[in-house]
Design a protein around this ligand. Structure first.
Ligand code: G3P
Length: 217
């Protein structure tokens, strides 16, 4: 399973990348706003830090506008992945961009049928939003399972990029179901390491080690 970090915060991306935890990055207009930077400059910096795909989202809602913006975004770096909304226009742009050899990420997916359309449009990734479905009383993880079954039934190559991941349990459950990628905020990725017994065990080992009076190096 690949780990993407869902942020446009360059400092956080650098830190996680140095830890070896980043296979790619996803951004969206809200995350660009939060970063306080210019989309082209911020995205360029992210692409220079991370080797894997960096999703940059178009903001046009019509096919022609999407294609125009995609051309600008694609020029930023070789590892740009064009993120498109799950609309008919977005799917049309996805098909065209994929045929031109671009990596694509179809976002704002909230149903299995939408994911099926993204796969048929040749998307490299489809992004089902887990947390936002949970927010309205549905089960986001059920959607990941449905998409996994459908993609396996027909051997679609589109990768399931589990997004709107809010908790460490989302990560575990998406991994158990077989999502190809999760994208999570930096704090959630870092929280994966936490376990009270690890802290307690380490404390005890260090206390005993101090009593030996030894040193290794
Ligand atoms: O990148 C899109 C997605 O991960 C958004 O997450 O928490 O705003 O629903 P959230």
């Amino acid at each position: 399973m690949k780990f993407f970090v869902d942020t446009a915060d360059v400092k956080d991306i650098r830190e996680l990348n140095d830890l070896g935890l980043v296979d790619g990055v996803t951004t969206n207009p809200s995350l660009i706003l939060k970063s306080g930077g210019n989309i082209l400059e911020v995205t360029k910096e992210i692409c220079s830090i991370v080797k894997g795909p960096v999703s940059a989202e178009v903001t046009a809602t019509e096919y022609a506008g999407m294609m125009k913006e995609a051309a600008v975004l694609a020029k930023i770096a070789d590892n740009i992945c064009i993120k498109l909304p799950l609309t008919l226009e977005g799917l049309k742009a996805c098909k065209a961009l994929t045929s031109d050899g671009h990596k694509t990420n179809v976002t704002l997916c909230f149903s299995a049928n939408q994911a099926l359309l993204a796969a048929k449009a040749g998307a490299t990734y489809v992004s089902p939003f887990i947390g936002r479905l949970d927010d309205i009383g549905l089960n986001g993880m059920d959607l990941i399972g449905e998409i996994r079954t459908i993609f396996d039934n027909f051997a679609f190559e589109t990768q399931i990029l589990a997004a709107s991941v809010r908790t460490v349990n989302h990560v575990k459950e998406a991994a158990l179901i077989g999502a190809d990628v999760i994208t999570a905020p930096p704090a959630t990725l870092k929280a994966l390491v936490k376990h009270p017994l690890t802290d307690k065990g380490l404390e005890a080992f260090l206390a005993d080690w101090a009593k030996t009076g030894q040193s290794i190096a």
